[in-house]
Design a protein around this ligand. Sequence first.
Ligand code: BG6
Length: 493
Amino acid sequence: MNMSKAKKESFNPFNFVIFGGDGDLALRKIYPALFHRLYDGQITEEFKIFAVCRRERSLDDFLKSVLDFIHESGKEYSSSPHAQVFLSKIELVQVPDYTPKSYSNLSQALNPYKKAPTIFYFSTPSSAFGPISSALRENGLINNQSKVVLEKPLGNSLATAIDINRQVAESFQENQVYRIDHYLGKETVQNLMVLRFANHLFEHAWNSQHIENVQITVAESLGVQSRAGYYDQSGALLDMVQNHLLQLLCLVAMEPPHLLEADFVRNEKLKVLYALRPFTKKNIKTHSVKGQYTRGKIAGASVSSYLEDIEKFDSKTETFVALTTFVDNWRWKGVPFYLRTGKRMPKRYSEIVINFRPVAHNIFPSGEEIPANKLIIRLQPEERIELVQMTKIPGPGGYRYKPIALKLDFVDNFKERFPEAYERLIMDVVRGNQTLFMRQDELEASWNWIESITKSWKDVQLPVVLYEAGTWGPGQAVMLEDHVWNTKGYAVD
Ligand code: BG6
């Protein structure tokens, strides 16, 4: 049986309407994702894209920007005939406000294609999700076949998330709503499910008896770029932990779902979120660190401080956060989960490290410490799984041993181009598969836990510690668990 061959799917025609259609995310991720699915033959020419913009703009200039972003994935793509076909699918629609007059522009544009189902992608601040949903409903643009994709961050607190979900629910049923977290579309993240649930080997050892701690790290070398306004309101906790890191934690910690189906998977993730130990005034100082980058050097180039980047010199927003948390259930009793994320780190890398417990007893005459096994799941920049295990150093001299990694390198083993996370997730929306999208209760549970952190930070007035750009963050973060968060361990090349 050929296990590697992808199933050829055929999709019915669909309309893809992007609010925030000339925004950064749409240009950088959404159009290139749709283009690549067309290029790979997964979607045929039977679709239409409507880029909804608030201001008037020239179609030619707009398509040129779309092409420039396609070009970033390779010249062979932007110069292919597919690129021209793709551009011919895009229509610009100006919708400056929520009035019926504005929405009639969209109605008219969609009218010739109204037999096909429409996917509405909200790539706007989440405060607009409710008003856009109502305007779509009031203008008769939603039917049973419609779907809506909600970009993160959904709200900035539990109360706002509940309110936005409630507003969207006035127009869409929960089974029409896709709350996207692009980390769940990353190839290695999905592979985590296969690794855990399609191999006999790991699942038996996947518990507190065998695992000493779990480390989840998302380090970025980039700063805040052009998103100063948004970022300064969010900080690393809301921008990265509330969604991406928590989703990774859920996939590591959840029980095996009955089947790989949306609600079975989401039920298991939800249980993990409920079991996360809340932060309190008592544990927040010892279990969390907030940092903010100052000027420094990355790959030899000088970079400015966060305050200079955002041009606001009294900001206390964190660009780095490290947390120690626990999943209070039978499987994970007493196992710390270390979560870390930061901007302006020396390089971009994200990974999950499962640190196993050391062997029970050392039989070797040297008595030298035997480092424990590690399973490293590298998400980016390269996608790879490594199992670090002890091996005898060949030759005489008695039993000398050292840790060697068994590597499964995706780039070496699977030669094709890897689809970007958004490609996979957008196609899941088209096919109506909600497995990799968050349900409302999951989102609310994650906000609930995050608020235990924001509240405790406020209660104890936890200061933000400065760290130099191009370093691995404040020294205090090392203190949370010193043998892994360093630049020499297996975790970082
Ligand atoms: C986004 C955050 O969700 O994820 C950004 O808002 C961050 O601040 C980005 O840079 C990281 O995504 P990736 O896929 O590059 O790791």
